[in-house]
Design a protein around this ligand. Sequence first.
Ligand SMILES: Cc1cc2nc3c(=O)[nH]c(=O)nc-3n(C[C@H](O)[C@H](O)[C@H](O)COP(=O)(O)OP(=O)(O)OC[C@H]3O[C@@H](n4cnc5c(N)ncnc54)[C@H](O)[C@@H]3O)c2cc1C
Length: 405
Amino acid sequence: MHSSHNFDVIILGAGASGLMCAATAAQRGRRVLVLEKANKPGKKILMSGGGRCNFTNYLVEADNFISTNPHFCKAALKRYTQWDFIGLVERYAIEYEERKHSQLFCRHSARDILNMLLDECAQAGVEIRTHCEITEVQALDSQHLRYRVAGRQGQQALRLDCQSLVVASGALSIPTLGGSGIGYEIAAQFGLAVTPRRAGLVPFMFSDGMKAVCERLSGLALEVRASCNGQSFTENMLFTHRGISGPAILQISSYWQPGDVLSIDLLPGLDALPWLREAKQQQGRQLLKTLLAQKLGRALAGELQQLWWPEAAQQPLAEFTDRQLQTIASQLNQWQLKPSATEGYRTAEVTLGGVDTDAISSKTMEARDRPGLYFVGEVLDVSGHLGGFNFQWAWSSGYSAGLAV
Ligand SMILES: Cc1cc2nc3c(=O)[nH]c(=O)nc-3n(C[C@H](O)[C@H](O)[C@H](O)COP(=O)(O)OP(=O)(O)OC[C@H]3O[C@@H](n4cnc5c(N)ncnc54)[C@H](O)[C@@H]3O)c2cc1C
């Protein structure tokens, strides 16, 4: 007979990875309890992808993930692929659509994905308790065959035991959506290393003259190639009143370290120097600003003129020296920008770094030296690119643990 304080599996966090793990384990006949501190499960799922949840991507490769150990994610991604998740979505007749870069979004609402996961959990007999904040975890014996979790359910103290404990508490991003550091504290308590963490998929801010430029251009988007530390992404960049954002910038932010310079190609796919030289020959009477406005719009061309050739603002193109054109061409193809900081966890989509995967089994997500203790989802040192990869990691890692707990 079961006691209401004893479970086969307790999962900390009813987010993407926790719900997937819970359904998978319960379908195997395990008695599963999910504890969630918020008033409802899956808040991040509901907010994701602008309310439409970019739930996976047709093209999932290990290269889409950032981790100290780039091989770690492979086994789980193979065990539960994007096709497995798409199959589940189709079984529930959820309408979805492909957007650029093979990204898959719900056609109607992210709620469809959350309802599907909750349905899977309910059908398999998972118990989900909200308003339960876990503050402490304890191994009840030296072999780690039982764990005890403690915390509060509303005003009441909570104390529950289990055989397998799954930490699915997510990471630091967006505290109002449940971001918390409890997973790192539990890892440290059991002697697992945690790699340094920082905000990823996050906009940049400036404190120099660029701040005012961005403010004036706020709302303008254009396609660029953003590069930093050997990585490049060609996508839209958006000027904001604080700095720069948009998919190209969010992607490259995950490769940026404080102090690094970003290189922005404002004319991706176009070598600016031959283009400028030809324009000088053929349309020498026009202003450089007018020429650039054709490709970049008047507002940005005007700002670039202020930054790069203010003294030659009234000079026709024909009078630009080759040297001047060379300098401007290289700025167009490699605009060097030095952000002062990112916007931080307040707006970051993910947390880079986390529980060191060296101590975790890539097949089961179990801590190697701590039988019964599992880590899944974003709490681990695995972060995806923008494009549905973070959810795919949550599904794959949650599923892998769900088969083992
Ligand atoms: C605004 C936004 C949009 C995003 N859009 C996308 C997208 O479209 N596609 C994509 O792939 N990724 C997206 N992401 C990233 C994605 O949401 C996360 O990577 C994913 O949710 C991580 O899943 P998880 O289960 O590890 O953590 P979470 O989904 O964050 O779940 C963790 C849960 O644990 C709970 N918890 C934390 N501490 C405790 C505690 N002490 N006790 C009890 N419960 C606790 C939290 O309340 C939370 O419900 C987005 C992120 C944000 C912030």
